[in-house]
Design a protein around this ligand. Structure first.
Ligand SMILES: [Zn+2]
Length: 174
């Protein structure tokens, strides 16, 4: 994705660096983070080291609260949440992919069992609940050319209603 600007002054080190040296941050006007990648990493490490215990205690104590908060945030501001997710994937997608591959290699048996279980029960549940993934899989089934990520949530919602109506009709005519 092309950045809106070519260069930017980092607010931490004060050096002018190309946009590629900044993480994506789509709620900033220029789509770029305030600090360069190198500084972001240093700031994060500095903060983590200075607050290691506090962070762990907070995380443990607030797991549920954080989950609820994130869910609420998503409901109130879906657009911002999507922007965050998009930036997260573009900034760290490679890292997640690598971590996932390593995990699957070192946890072969778990992965196999989980996949099997998922295929057996997950699809059934997903089909019944009309989960986002399930509805998206229907929308991309017949070579629509859409990728999961490109499907607008409004379209998913529409498709879900359509399926619900079809299911209801089937029930009544059965
Ligand atoms: Zn910097």
């Amino acid at each position: 994705m092309l950045a809106k600007i070519e260069n930017k002054v980092c607010r931490e080190c004060g050096i002018t660096k190309p946009a590629s040296e900044y993480y994506k941050h789509y709620t900033n006007r220029d789509d770029c983070a305030t600090y360069c990648k190198a500084c972001t990493s240093l700031i994060g490490k500095r903060y983590y080291n200075a607050n290691r215990e506090k962070i762990q205690v907070y995380r443990d104590a607030n797991k549920e609260r954080t989950k609820t908060y994130n869910r609420m945030y998503k409901a109130v501001d879906p657009e911002k949440t999507r922007a965050r997710g998009k930036a997260e994937r573009e900034n760290h997608g490679e890292h997640y992919k690598k971590q996932g591959a390593i995990y699957r290699k070192t946890h072969k048996e778990e992965t196999r069992v989980r996949n099997k279980l998922y295929n057996l029960t997950g699809m059934k549940v997903a089909r019944k609940m009309l989960s986002n993934t399930y509805v998206k899989s229907l929308l991309t089934k017949h070579g629509s050319g859409l990728s999961f990520r490109d499907i607008p949530i409004e379209l998913v919602a529409l498709k879900r209603v359509q399926i619900q109506i079809e299911r209801e009709l089937k029930k009544q005519t059965a």
